[in-house]
Design a protein around this ligand. Sequence first.
Ligand SMILES: Nc1nc2c(ncn2[C@@H]2O[C@H](COP(=O)(O)OP(=O)(O)O)[C@@H](O)[C@H]2O)c(=O)[nH]1
Ligand SMILES: [Mg+2]
Length: 327
Amino acid sequence: MPANLTPQYFEAERHYKSATTPEEKIQALEAMLALMPKHKGTDHLQADLRHKIAKITEEAERKLATSRKNFNIHKEGAGQVALIGMPNTGKSLLTASLTNVVPEIADYPFTTKSPNVGMMPFENIQIQIIDMPAINMPESRIWANNIFRNADLLALVVDLTNNPCEQVNSILSELEKMGIVPALSGKDAAASSLRERKMLIIGNMSDIDIDGEGFKSLAHEFKGRLDSISVSAADKLNLEELKRQLFAHIDIIRVHTKSPGTRVDLNNPVILKKDATVREAAAAVHKDFASRLRYSVVWGSGKFEGQRVGPEHVLHDNDIIELHVSG
Ligand SMILES: Nc1nc2c(ncn2[C@@H]2O[C@H](COP(=O)(O)OP(=O)(O)O)[C@@H](O)[C@H]2O)c(=O)[nH]1
Ligand SMILES: [Mg+2]
């Protein structure tokens, strides 16, 4: 049987031949694979392309392991959220809707080859969003190990109209292969090499989730294990609530510090981990402050406003503290 390859296929093949980086080569090979008619006559060719992709990926990973190249994304803002999922679940459109970046969005799979990074404004802070390549593609592995282990939150983005529970389970099993399990999964991470990460399920495409059936099944299936939220990146539905949820799941608090006799600047909070104390807030302002701290006055989490508190006082989100330090 003739292969009946299209002009688009040969165009992709030209790209492959002129490609210089492993990423470009893989991208071109994947395009060839996608553009190839799928029938008996092309079985051989398909297998050949898959083999090439696997080989280039392996080589790239080996090189990477011995190179100094850093596949982390430098953290900026108050926290880092990685969007993870199968192809075409709307990760890139969601990133565009939440942040200032304009990632490539398309209705064919694997458009995102390397992470896109954007900053999401939330009230008086910014949260960094990383739009990851689809988790089931080879390039993803190059980035995944570093980013998934370092991000403050992994957001599992699924298409509510396409077996969302199965998608979540596939993502979880890919993550577990990388040694990452949800915090509170019940798996004993301390006793193994597994790393626990906070996770949140984002059910996207609520605009076409008829009667909310997809979301109902998702919320029911993962109740008590993982929180889920239903949104539409396309119609911008529930995105403000999503921002609040992302913030809440990062486990940070914003604390406004001031020195005596000055006005507080509410636009420039210190970011601390949840349950941080006054001492930690003082240390975050200046490295000497924790030891020089005499007492503090707190508005927000005190028994009354303007209460004097000691260094072990536990702070809450949006507290204001006045630090009295010795000269
Ligand atoms: N109806 C609908 N389509 C969406 C939504 N989000 C994304 N899409 C479409 O789904 C396709 C894949 O989106 P993309 O963001 O590239 O997915 P990614 O592969 O996960 O990054 C595009 O055609 C989008 O326009 C949504 O909330 N509703
Ligand atoms: Mg994408």
